[in-house]
Design a protein around this ligand. Structure first.
Ligand SMILES: *Cc1c(COP(=O)(O)O)cnc(C)c1O
Length: 239
């Protein structure tokens, strides 16, 4: 029994989160079934950006172990408040923030350039931590899109694998805006398989969000990142 304020059974918000979680789990299971994949193959990160610590604690109490955030100034205090959660950093990562992020993140999904490797490694080793790293792959054309180009992946992967405190675990991507997620996810999976032939432990494919998780699971995602389908619509000013 848990009598901590905000965690009581049967509050309206807790019931809403529980119902949303059941819906998302059913979607993941259904997508796995449709793809002929065991549902154990696909894990979920709850993307808790913009949502209060009380919501995150309730979802953790409902059994969700992994939470994702995309801004250091929001993620750091949440990680300090809920150390039992496995924290995933998903956002654009500034070089001067990388060392700080490695002090609390268990998994960093958004490593897309060599300049991040040394500060991440330093942040992890000075805390005696081992941080899992995913290489973010750019799936859309045009300047300003986050992610490494497929041709940049081998050198980046080798640098991560050689760095103390970091473990190369796979790839991540966000589908291009404006539809056609499936061909983009297929390209991501091709990059992931090429990476895996050089780095056999790099088995994670982080792909799929609230709107496109079925396409991602069909393509081969092993980790979906779900925000609004669990917590609700984020406010217009943030997120
Ligand atoms: C916000 C975010 C998500 C979750 O998006 P939803 O559409 O709310 O499910 C997933 N991945 C990244 C990188 C995000 O920034």
């Amino acid at each position: 029994m848990n009598f901590t304020s905000g965690l009581e059974q049967g509050t309206p918000r807790r019931d809403e989160l529980a119902a949303n979680l059941a819906d998302v789990q059913a979607r993941i299971t259904g997508a796995c079934w449709a793809a002929g994949r065991p549902s154990m193959d696909v894990a979920m990160v709850a993307v808790s950006k913009t949502w209060p610590i009380t919501d995150i604690a309730m979802l953790a109490d409902l059994g969700v172990a992994d939470m994702g955030e995309n801004r250091d100034q929001e993620a750091a205090p949440k990680a300090a408040a809920l150390p039992g959660v496995r924290w995933h950093f998903l956002g654009a990562l500034q070089t001067n923030k990388a060392r700080r992020v490695a002090a609390y993140a268990d998994v960093v999904h958004s490593v897309d350039r060599l300049e991040l490797v040394v500060p991440l490694s330093r942040g992890a080793t000075e805390r005696g931590r081992q941080v899992d790293v995913l290489i973010q792959i750019r799936l859309a054309d045009g300047p300003g899109r986050a992610g490494a180009l497929p041709a940049e992946v081998p050198a980046l992967a080798d640098a991560i694998a050689a760095a103390g405190g970091l473990t190369l675990r796979g790839v991540m991507a966000v589908a291009p805006l404006g539809g056609h997620a499936r061909p983009a996810f297929d390209r991501l999976v091709a990059v992931a398989l090429a990476l895996r032939s050089d780095h056999p432990q790099a088995v994670i494919i982080s792909a799929g969000m609230s709107s496109d998780l079925e396409d991602a699971v069909a393509a081969g995602s092993t980790l979906v990142r779900v925000g609004s389908a669990l917590f609700g619509r984020r406010g217009p000013a943030v997120g």
